[in-house]
Ligand binder design. Structure first.
Ligand code: ATP
Ligand code: MG
Length: 205
C-alpha cells in the first residue's frame, strides 16, 4: 500500500518545525523532510531563495521553489510513498500558493499550475495548518535569535495576505486540511495534530 503524505503549513514562526519534531517522536514510521531542501539540489536552491543579498524576481522565486520541490519529490518523496512509507513534509505546494500566489500577488492559480507540473500533481492526504496571528509569528521567529532571511524581511502586509490565503485554502478543501490553533501551548498543538495524523495513517504508527 502507498504511504500517506502529510504536510505542515503556516506562516513563519507558527511552530511548524516544532510540531514536526513532536510528530516524528510520536510516529516512528514518519520520514521527515523539509522544504525547500531535503536533498542536495534542493538544499542549494534553499540557500539561493533565502539569501538577503540576492535580487529575486517573484516569478523567479516561484520557479526556484517549484524546482526544489520537483527534485525532492522525484528523488525522495515518490520513492518513499511507493515503498509504503509515510512522509511528513515541513511545508509543500500550499506554501507557494500562499507566499508566491498571494504574498507576491502572482495569483494562486498560476502558482498552482507551475507546482502541478513540478510535482506531477502530487497532493497531500492530510495538511495541518498552524493558524497564528502574523504579528505573533514575527515575535516567535525573532525569538530564535537568527538573522531574518530574505522573505522574513518582508512587510506586515505580505504576511497578512499569506495568512488569509492559507485560511481560504483550508476552507476550499476541508477534507484535506485540519486547522490547529498555533497560539496554544506546544503540547496541546501536538495532541490535536496526533489525532489527525493517527487517522491519516489508518492507525498504523
Ligand atoms: N505552540 C507554541 N507556543 C509557543 N511557542 C512556540 C510554539 N511552537 C513553537 N514555538 C516557538 O516559536 C519559535 C518558532 O517555532 P518554529 O521554528 O517551530 O516555527 P516554524 O513555523 O518552523 O518557523 P519557520 O517558518 O521560520 O521555519 C521557536 O522558538 C519555538 O520554540
Ligand atoms: Mg521551521
Amino acid at each position: 500500500m502507498r504511504g500517506a503524505l502529510i504536510t505542515i503549513e503556516g506562516i513563519d514562526g507558527a511552530g511548524k518545525s516544532t510540531l514536526a519534531a513532536g510528530l516524528v517522536r510520536a510516529f516512528r514510521s514518519l520520514e521527515l523532510l523539509r522544504e525547500p531542501g531535503g536533498v542536495e539540489l534542493s538544499e542549494r536552491i534553499r540557500a539561493l531563495v533565502k539569501d538577503p543579498a540576492l535580487r529575486v524576481d517573484p516569478r523567479a522565486e516561484a520557479l526556484l521553489y517549484a524546482a526544489a520541490r520537483a527534485q525532492l519529490v522525484a528523488e525522495r518523496v515518490e520513492p518513499l510513498l511507493a515503498a509504503g512509507r509515510p512522509v511528513l513534509l515541513d511545508r509543500f505546494v500550499d506554501s507557494s500558493l500562499a507566499y508566491q500566489g498571494a504574498g507576491r500577488a502572482l495569483g494562486v492559480d498560476a502558482v498552482r499550475a507551475v507546482n502541478a507540473f513540478a510535482t506531477g500533481g502530487l497532493v497531500p492526504d492530510l495538511t495541518l495548518l498552524l493558524a497564528l496571528d502574523p504579528a505573533q509569528g514575527r515575535v516567535r521567529a525573532a525569538g530564535r535569535g537568527e538573522a531574518p532571511d530574505r522573505l522574513e524581511r518582508e512587510a506586515d502586509g505580505f504576511f497578512a495576505r499569506i495568512g488569509a490565503a492559507y485560511a481560504a485554502l483550508a476552507r476550499e478543501e476541508p477534507g484535506r486540511w485540519v486547522v490547529l490553533d498555533a497560539a496554544a501551548p506546544p503540547d496541546d498543538v501536538l495532541a490535536a495534530a496526533r489525532t489527525a495524523v493517527d487517522t491519516a495513517l489508518g492507525g498504523r504508527a
